[in-house]
Design a protein around this ligand. Structure first.
Ligand code: KPL
Length: 304
């Protein structure tokens, strides 16, 4: 445990996943800090996690409320929603050391394209997680599901071996993968089907197992496979379809994040999910009927 303590990991995004990772890093002996604005958290209130077995643990009590700790940060894990990432990171980057590494961990794809040319000195890794947590109060989360976490190098200087080892030790079922974009496309397929359909139909994930949705699900995935091929991403169509079906079954009672965003009139991640597919298809000179329609329908629902 001892060697990790000196490593400064900052988490940008104090939501459920950001706090979950902070708890996991703290358990592994590191002292994570949350990059939050001074008025976003109560400085003296500790963060608490309720585990799946009901046990409550109190963990980290460290925040970045002053700029003093920032020059020591070696890794920033960004757990914001995709549409918040670029603006937030651009605001924090001038205060962070040039060599600090960035790891993006969110639903959807596209922020790496927005950021790559703007991260002059910083190495960039991308990741995806299927761990699940709910934010109960600003300082309390409940872990609602275990899952795998994958991360891998995208551009610039790779993450140091020490930091990588810390992440692998701290985050249960985590691994470093060589083709991280392929892993992100696997998650994209799940989100491109489940998120917009559950939000539009106002149903829990499990309802998508019904026969009447199977044609649309296949059509969304066929378009995704077409774009992946044009992007040079190798995907196995059968595996992807099987994985989507499996997640629908495993998360049957859940309401997807997009369902909740629409229900609570919050912005959605649609631009980085089906919107990303449509934009990449257009870049290759093709139109996507089904994904375009879902993108528009969610945009319309968000306006109401
Ligand atoms: O990632 C999800 C989400 O809701 O955003 C799934 C896997 C679809 C679970 O609900």
């Amino acid at each position: 445990m001892e060697p990790f303590i000196a490593m400064k990991i900052a988490i940008l995004g104090a939501g459920a996943i950001g706090q979950l990772l902070a708890h996991q890093l703290a358990t592994a002996g590191s002292k994570p800090v949350l990059l939050v604005k001074a008025n976003q958290v109560e400085v003296d209130t500790p963060f608490v996690i309720e585990q799946q077995d009901g046990r409550k643990l109190r963990h980290f009590e460290s925040y970045c409320v002053t700029d003093a700790q920032l020059p020591e940060v070696e890794l920033v894990i960004v757990t914001l929603k995709a549409y918040q990432v670029t603006a937030a990171l651009m605001a924090w980057l001038p205060k962070l050391p040039k060599q600090c590494h960035i790891l993006l961990l969110h639903n959807g794809i596209g922020t790496h394209l927005e950021l790559a040319s703007r991260l002059a000195h910083h190495g960039l890794s991308l990741g995806t997680t299927s761990q699940a947590a709910l934010k109960i109060t600003p300082h309390t989360i409940k872990q609602t599901g275990t899952g795998i976490t994958q991360f891998g190098h995208y551009c610039g200087t790779p993450i140091s071996d020490e930091l990588q080892q810390l992440l692998l030790t701290a985050i249960p079922d985590s691994c470093q993968v060589e083709h991280i974009l392929t892993a992100l496309w696997h998650k994209l397929a799940i989100n491109a089907v489940i998120n917009p359909l559950t939000a539009i139909e106002d149903i829990p994930n499990g309802a998508l197992a019904a026969e009447k949705y199977q044609y649309t699900i296949s059509a969304i995935l066929a378009e995704l496979m077409q774009v992946a091929e044009l992007e040079g991403i190798e995907l196995d169509g059968q595996f992807i379809a099987g994985r989507v079906k499996q997640v629908i079954e495993l998360t049957a009672d859940n309401y997807s994040s997009m369902h909740q965003d629409v229900a609570f009139q919050r912005p959605t991640e649609i631009d980085y999910i089906n919107g990303y597919l449509v934009k990449r298809a257009q870049a290759h000179g093709i139109q996507l009927f089904h994904n375009q329609q879902l993108w528009q329908q969610i945009q319309q629902l968000s306006q109401h």
